[in-house]
Design a protein around this ligand. Structure first.
Ligand SMILES: Cc1cc2nc3c(=O)[nH]c(=O)nc-3n(C[C@H](O)[C@H](O)[C@H](O)COP(=O)(O)OP(=O)(O)OC[C@H]3O[C@@H](n4cnc5c(N)ncnc54)[C@H](O)[C@@H]3O)c2cc1C
Length: 457
């Protein structure tokens, strides 16, 4: 395990061309603060800014806007330290194969040590959020729901059949803080948490809890809501509340109304209309289900493992389930089986950094026409498997039938239920030294790659 938390400096900023070069361990939060000093900002953000830039790029992290693709869309170049300790550069122009593999690398190619990124002038956003019926959102789907403002996301409350529509646009107006109310602060946070915890034993309370919490916080009438003006660095983020399972899939945006209607039917007990096998009887889920978008149809070159839709906008459905006080919710296996069945029917692909339940290696290979390109590049740059873990073997690399395939690959030893919820995972890496020949070959095989000294030297 390599930790780049202290490898987090800005290497250079070209203010005129708005290009920043940074060490790959920098957290998006710190990056945002540094950029602000120069009147610059990230073009888009996901829900949080705790991630490192390398982690966000390496897993296909996205925000919610049809005017933007993945966060990695703005990556101009990467420097990667390979298993042999040498550092190589790649970009759309230089060693494009490695670049496409590294844009969603899942940590399996080498250590990304430096990122060159296209940023934008700092901007404020004016956002508003309001309550609407689910029906209204589905009706507006193909009108201007996703295009009227630059940034749009929707939180769907499955039992109320209502949504909160959050939209934001760039503005020159000065900041205006959101109106604080007693419920949206600590009181609301702890009350919802305790109610979710109680529902671990009495899940049928969840529809009432959903209705209570949303009505108290957002108002009882459709259209009720709030507004504010904030710098993009903070305004684009959202409070993710508690520890959670997240099961998020990317599907074509035009499949949204069908997917949402069918899932709504299933969750509300109309299994026949949902077309989803399996009963939802006695199953109750948490709110909200997150509904977001991106558009990568003009992105070039595309990451080999890009999970978005190549020729039209992408919709992300995120079936969030909280883990109240770190306890797994009782329904999660049955819910995720049904949800993943639907997502597969919609031609979806799961988010690389989130929870999956029924997905197999065969599924993943069928979902990614460029999988063999990614594997080829990976095997070239790391033939001994220094960066291969059990997860990569399970979902991406050919089955090993339980036998070691690559000499330095990490193997699973055991998985145990953790006392605080979740699991403790133990692995083993053979302490075999790198064969100088194999690692040198890995470097030589990267034709056209520029050899550089290690970034850590
Ligand atoms: C609360 C929460 C909210 C989130 N919101 C969103 C969201 O809005 N949109 C979205 O798309 N995703 C979201 N995510 C997912 C998140 O963006 C990813 O999990 C991201 O990878 C986390 O970054 P990290 O720095 O913690 O990476 P890690 O979890 O440490 O690593 C993630 C992967 O990247 C690899 N990696 C990390 N650093 C390097 C490096 N230097 N070189 C090579 N490989 C590397 C790791 O090996 C691993 O495979 C969210 C996650 C959480 C926990």
């Amino acid at each position: 395990m390599v930790n780049l938390d202290y490898y987090d400096k800005i290497v250079s900023i070209d203010k005129d061309r708005k290009i920043v070069v940074m060490q790959a361990g920098i957290r998006l939060h710190d990056l945002g603060l540094k950029l602000k000093e120069h009147g610059l900002a990230m073009p888009n953000l996901g829900s949080i800014d705790h991630q490192s830039i390398a982690g966000a790029i390496g897993t296909g992290t996205h925000g919610s806007s049809t005017k933007h693709g993945l966060l990695s869309q703005s990556v101009m170049g990467l420097k990667i330290m390979l298993a042999n300790g040498r550092t190589v550069s790649c970009s759309a122009e230089q060693n494009q194969d490695l670049f496409r593999a590294a844009l969603v690398s899942l940590g399996a190619l080498g250590i990304v040590v430096e990122v060159t990124f296209q940023v934008v002038p700092a901007f404020n956003i004016e956002w508003s959020q309001s309550l609407h019926s689910l029906e209204e959102i589905v009706e507006d789907w193909n009108k201007d729901l996703w295009t009227q403002k630059e940034f749009t996301r929707v939180w769907w409350m499955p039992y109320m059949k209502r949504v909160i529509k959050w939209r934001a646009e760039k503005t020159d107006r000065p900041e205006m803080s959101p109106v604080a109310n007693w419920w949206s602060g600590r009181l609301g946070y702890h009350t919802y948490h305790i109610l979710l915890y109680v529902a671990q034993w009495f899940p049928s309370l969840l529809p009432k809890i959903e209705s209570f919490v949303i009505n108290v916080q957002y108002g009882f009438k459709d259209g009720a809501g709030s507004t504010a003006i904030q710098e993009s660095r903070t305004g684009l983020l959202m409070n993710c509340l508690y520890s959670q399972f997240v099961n998020e899939w990317a599907i074509p945006l035009n499949k949204g109304p069908e997917a949402i209607t069918r899932l709504s039917n299933w969750l509300n007990g109309d299994e026949e209309a949902s077309g989803i096998p399996g009963s939802s009887k006695g199953l109750y889920v948490h709110a909200p289900i997150e509904v977001r978008v991106s558009d990568t149809s003009t992105t070039t070159p595309r990451p080999y493992l890009d999970n978005t839709v190549p020729d039209s906008p992408t919709l992300y459905l995120n079936a969030t389930l909280y883990r109240p006080y770190n306890q797994d919710p009782p329904c999660h296996k049955r819910y995720y089986e049904a949800f993943e069945y639907l997502m597969k029917e919609m031609g979806g692909r799961p988010h690389w950094a989130k929870n999956i339940h029924t997905v197999t290696r065969e599924d993943v290979h069928n979902m990614y026409p460029n999988m063999n390109d990614w594997i080829r590049v990976r095997n070239e740059v790391d033939p001994e498997g220094m960066f291969v873990g059990d997860w990569h073997r399970r979902y991406l690399l050919p089955s090993d039938n339980g036998k070691p395939v690559l000499p330095n690959e990490e193997r699973k030893v055991k998985i145990e239920t953790a006392r605080a919820g979740g699991v403790d995972w133990t692995g083993h890496i053979p302490s075999k030294p790198l064969s100088p020949q194999g690692s040198e070959e890995s470097f030589e095989m990267m034709h056209g790659v520029e050899a550089e000294k290690s970034a850590f030297e």
